[in-house]
Design a protein around this ligand. Sequence first.
Ligand code: 1GP
Length: 246
Amino acid sequence: MDVLRLIEEKRKEKPLHFTLIDPDKQKPEEAAELAVKAKGFGSDAIMVGGSHPAHLLYLGNTIKLIKEKSSLPVILFPSSHSAISPEADAIFFMSLLNSRSPQYLIEEQSKGAMIVRKFGIETLPMAYLIIESGQTTSVEWSGNARAIPRNKPEFALGYALAGKYFGMKFVYLEAGSGAANPVPNEMVSLLKKHLGPDVFLIVGGAIRDAETAKEKVRAGADIIVTGTIAENDTYKFRKIIEAVKA
Ligand code: 1GP
């Protein structure tokens, strides 16, 4: 499966929606059911990743079952080099560009690269940026990130352009799972204006209703990611995907 090609083709038609599944939050069978539901609602891919070390125990089985039950592409969204599984179709090969720690800028990646090469997994190069969301989020804390202030979209632009000039095909604006507030619309629109059509702008974190998803798409997001709502509220989850596709 050529996942990048698939994303490029689908994006020509409509914005995309990705469902984030954390293997630590449910049994592999339940994760597969969630993926089937996501596919039925129109979600385009399943991202698999988690922050708790225990998620690694269920990673391989979860991906295997998701792939068996739904035909959606499965993309790894790894928190470290340990979270790489040969079962996945592709991996977001990402650097947390606003981390203060070399571990998340390049050290995990240098270990991960050897595993990716061994397994031959398709790489989707991504600039990952943590945006201030009102309260410190788990990803901000564990990634040792200097969160970009909400009222400074130009700071985010600098990082995003650096990613683009490095050759990254994806820029992910992350408010953090379950964050107090999503990424501001002004930041999304400024980045999309300057990144152009060749870099996919992903927006995630705290997107909990259709109206918020619609705002981010209108501002210029190419891909909307939802995690928590998929687990907690099937009705809102479906409405979000419909809004992205509308
Ligand atoms: C986290 O952006 C994702 O990486 C999803 O966040 O769980 O808030 O949807 P939520």
